[in-house]
Ligand binder design. Structure first.
Ligand code: ATP
Ligand code: 3PG
Length: 403
């Protein structure tokens, strides 16, 4: 993989450099609630700009349906990037076409532009190779060189991640180099006990990872939205909790295999439930009830792990030599459902070993709940991406940079 340092030594003055970042930050309306992913790409953007490149920063945000949707505009992220760089950042209101072309044409050497959300275009995420390649051609027309630095999205076979680097000279940015360097430590010679904690909401994406982790981790702690498919597979009723019904047979097999292989698969023993998802805007009191994991009422959903589970998970992390944690334990954005995530974060801080937190929302949770970033071994910008890396999968965005 060629790195950005090689690009810089070749000289970039006046070159149009396309930086594929992951600016998929949590938003409350147009307010960014955690700018960690923007800060993470600053070293790459700054180095290129300082060397006289014309920098085009591109990213996805959320999961719009292949068409413009103002709720997912990158305009707030562009403004924040400008503040962090201490320089004006131009914003193109379209990803490709006239608006993007004229913004890029107007860039002076050493200046930066952000183009609108890549996923406003169906070609970005298309499963059709030709459609993706056609969109990548449009993106390629904007630039001379490609720098991949959106670690959080390298597991996606998307046009800007996988197809575009094939069309331009390509290099890995500083963030990707750092992330891969740290995660490699967890795949090469991991110190034991190795404990993995999994939660969050992208259940279908992340359940498959457990298949591989069963051969690697000593203990798996399951929380967040992920837990209810396990509880259901155990024969419990989960009410209206997040559930991946089609994965139940796979989860049953994971539980059997864990037992056979001597991997501790730890599930919640109690959960906080409510009949309503909380209002994350007003943060109005949600008045949840604590119930045993096998007593979730039919009309209620589990939204955090309960107090006994918090203690149990803390005890399972207390002697860990290596920890990887992805996915909040509950809907931490609401104070009534933040205690589970706080307890696991605190247990990582207290654990004697090397701790890695991965994921956009997991990293945001750690910071917004008031933890010191330096208390963790590494905070990765990638959730699904880091899990798939640990799984040993070939990640499209890394493979494309290696080619
Ligand atoms: N029990 C639950 N029910 C519904 N949503 C939940 C539950 N527990 C956690 N969540 C939600 O999960 C979301 C985060 O999940 P996600 O899988 O996106 O994690 P992540 O750290 O951002 O990883 P990635 O980077 O892959 O997106 C949070 O917004 C949180 O509110
Ligand atoms: O949040 C993430 O994990 C990355 O930005 C990738 O987003 P995605 O899961 O919507 O592809």
């Amino acid at each position: 993989m060629k790195t950005i340092d090689e690009l810089l030594s070749e000289g970039v003055t006046g070159k149009r450099v396309f930086v594929r970042a992951d600016l998929n930050v949590p938003l409350d309306g147009t307010t960014i609630t955690d700018d960690g992913r923007i800060r993470a790409v600053v070293p790459t953007v700054k180095a290129l700009a300082d060397a006289g490149a014309r920098v085009i920063v591109a990213s996805h945000l959320g999961r719009p349906k292949g068409a413009p949707d103002p709720a997912f505009s990158l305009a707030p992220a562009a403004a924040r990037l400008g503040e962090l760089l201490g320089a004006e950042v131009a914003f193109a209101e379209d990803t490709v076409g006239t608006a993007a072309e004229s913004t890029v044409a107007g860039l002076a050497d050493g200046r930066v532009a952000v183009i609108e959300n890549l996923r406003f275009n169906a070609g970005e995420t298309s499963k059709d190779d030709a459609e993706r390649a056609a969109f990548a051609d449009q993106l390629a027309a904007l630039a001379d060189v490609y720098v991949g630095d959106g670690f959080g999205a390298v597991h996606r076979k998307h046009a800007s991640v996988y197809d575009l680097p094939k069309k331009l000279p390509h290099y890995a940015g500083y963030l990707i180099a750092t992330e891969v360097g740290v995660l490699k430590k967890l795949t090469d010679d991991v110190r034991r006990p190795y404990v993995v904690a999994l939660g969050g909401a992208k259940v279908s994406d992340k359940l498959a990872v457990i298949d591989q982790l069963l051969g690697k981790a000593d203990r798996l702690l399951i929380g967040g939205g992920m837990a209810y498919t396990f509880l259901k597979a155990k024969g419990y009723e989960v009410g209206i909790s997040l559930l991946q019904e089609d994965q139940i047979p796979a989860v049953e097999e994971y539980m059997e295999r864990a037992e056979k292989n001597g991997v501790e698969l730890v599930l919640p023993v109690d959960v906080l439930v409510s009949s309503e998802f909380p209002d994350l805007k007003t943060k109005a009191p949600a008045h949840p009830t604590t119930v045993a994991a096998d007593a979730i009422p039919a009309d209620q959903e589990g939204l955090d792990i309960g107090p006994e589970t918090r203690k149990l998970y803390a005890s399972k992390l207390a002697d860990a030599a290596t920890v990887f944690w992805n996915g909040p334990m509950g809907v931490f954005e609401h104070p009534d459902y933040a205690e589970g995530t706080k307890a696991v974060a605190q247990a990582l801080v207290d654990a004697p070993g090397f701790t890695v937190v991965g994921g956009g929302d997991s990293a945001a949770a750690v910071r917004t709940l008031g933890f010191d970033e330096n208390a963790f071994g590494h905070i990765s910008t990638g959730g699904g991406a880091s899990l798939e890396y640990l799984e040993g999968k070939t990640l499209p965005g890394l493979a494309a940079l290696e080619d």
